[in-house]
Design a binder for this molecule. Sequence first.
Ligand SMILES: Nc1ncnc2c1ncn2[C@@H]1O[C@H](COP(=O)(O)OP(=O)(O)OP(=O)(O)O)[C@@H](O)[C@H]1O
Length: 223
Amino acid sequence: MIVMEHVTVAYKQKKVLDDVSLVVGKGERCALIGRNGAGKSTLISSVLNMIPIKQGKISICGIPNKQHQWKPHVAYLPEKFQLYPHLTGEENIRFFASLNGSAVNEQKIEEALKLVGLWEERNVRSKEYSKGMLQRLGLGIMLYYDADLFILDEPTSGLDPMGRADILSILHSLHGKTIFLSSHHLDEVKQICTHIAYLENGKMTKYTLAEFEANVMYGEERR
Ligand SMILES: Nc1ncnc2c1ncn2[C@@H]1O[C@H](COP(=O)(O)OP(=O)(O)OP(=O)(O)O)[C@@H](O)[C@H]1O
């Protein structure tokens, strides 16, 4: 679903991604892990063609990311996203659902709200939602789009353990989706991910979860 080949990204002289190659296959739940400032957001932005790459190439669903045809296949939840505080949860989903120009599917809105556990609170203005509820609403908007590939930048950032568990359990319940998410929380991603893409000093290594636990995780925790 995502193929990065020898990608280098630099801000002025500072190389953040250095000859990074990565394949995220269909159906994988792959966590992008790295310390603060390792380049996780940079990598996600480069995949989505939001920042230029210096070298290499990237494709999504077999389509070069510089083209636009991959967009219907991808739902993206940025680390910081903007909802409309005066609209209710349901109205927010309806608003975002209307943006691609096609008729809004009320059944899908209901399904998305139920999946993220906000059906009861659908008529509450989102300014009254907790951080965890807002994050679930963001996820609900992604779910409405019914994309094949979900890309999430630190979806559990700033949430308490219960809020984090909610998000992870929703992601875990999605069958047949490919998920690529960045996180600081090794213990969390261990619960739901099949693969780990580990970014350190600009270099990428991809592991299965078992390989990561055997080779990296316990060493990391000892540091
Ligand atoms: N627009 C920018 N201009 C210059 N430097 C930048 C820019 N964006 C990010 N950087 C630098 O690139 C490096 C990687 O940043 P990035 O935000 O991609 O890391 P991250 O792994 O997502 O960090 P965090 O875990 O703290 O969110 C950091 O040193 C950051 O200061």
